[in-house]
Design a protein around this ligand. Structure first.
Ligand code: PDD
Length: 285
């Protein structure tokens, strides 16, 4: 991708010129983990939270990170500076590295670390202004959705299914309960209370999700983390998605039905504003 700078096991260059072994277990088995971090004003937002989740994911797949989190942070800062992008996304991936093709772990794994700085993805202004639509999709993922694994095939297929029916994002439903989007967390509002699924094995504990819950509490908005039956979706007055690149993105239609009156809700709009104030607060400290 044009304008993307990469760091691959210490080698720095344009992303499309960096090469990984065809024996890499990330390529062969999706045996790896990743993070996506947003950069505002040349500073990585919530870097520590992302790195702590990287460490959790690594532990979850019994992968020993090749160096301390502090070093990941240094490389992140150095690469943002080199890329010279004030607004950017950092993509960070660690795999169990290249090894003969055996499923069990190599005796002495040499992890592959990739860090790329890219221009941020952007959403059509219309989607931000009017809200987006979701399509529910059965959640057939594994029992460790809390780990940020690069094995994203079910998410890929779900997102594609949603796009084919003109929806912005897929909404996973497992055993009649709402889980999360294919690459986002899900919130709804009922009678002024902000509700989101519990952060257990069924969802990724989103960094944006956590900060939005914190900001909502600071604003005095009641919050609940609990199971959401899919049958409750039609009772939502408001709904939105959170993710590093979507930030707080209002949802105005689910499976073709309007959410509430189909307009962006007041709590969703307020949380979008406080999220951006939160970024400014963070940048000024
Ligand atoms: N996706 N749930 C899933 C399945 C995700 O892949 C993501 C993030 C989230 C939101 O997490 P966070 O707020 O920490 O970004 C929830 C990243 C951004 C991606 O795949 O690009």
């Amino acid at each position: 991708m044009e304008g993307c700078l990469g760091w691959l096991n210490g080698e720095i260059g344009p992303l499309e010129e960096l090469r990984v072994s065809a024996d890499d277990r990330g390529f062969l088995f999706a045996d790896g983990i990743y993070e996506v971090i947003r950069v505002y004003g040349s500073r990585p937002f919530l870097l520590q939270e992302h790195l702590l989740r990287l460490a959790r994911s690594a532990e979850g797949i019994q992968l020993q990170l090749p160096f301390p989190l502090q070093r990941f942070a240094e490389i992140t800062h150095e690469m943002i500076e080199r890329a010279g992008l004030a607004e950017a996304e950092v993509y960070l991936q660690v795999t169990r590295g290249a090894a003969p093709r055996l499923l069990s772990f190599p005796l002495s794994p040499a992890p592959t670390v990739l860090l790329a700085v890219k221009p941020p993805r952007s959403l059509p202004a219309e989607e931000r202004k009017r809200g987006v639509s979701l399509a529910t999709v059965p959640d057939d993922r594994w029992r460790h959705c809390d780990l940020k694994s690069i094995a994203l095939l079910p998410n890929v297929l779900a997102a594609e299914q949603a796009h084919r029916v003109g929806a912005h994002e897929a909404l996973f439903v497992r055993d009649g309960l709402v889980a999360e989007g294919a690459s986002s967390n899900f919130f709804l509002v009922r009678q002024g209370t902000l509700i989101t699924p519990l952060a257990d094995w069924r969802i990724l504990p989103g960094v944006t999700r956590a900060i939005v819950l914190q900001l909502a509490r600071e604003e005095g908005i009641p919050t609940e983390e609990r199971d959401i039956p899919a049958s409750e979706l039609c009772l939502a007055e408001e709904s939105f998605l959170t993710s590093t690149f979507r930030e707080v993105l209002p949802v105005t239609r689910i499976d073709g039905s309007l959410v509430g009156d189909g307009l962006i809700g007041t709590i969703s709009a307020a949380l979008f504003t406080v999220y951006h104030e939160g970024i400014q607060r963070f940048l000024s400290t």
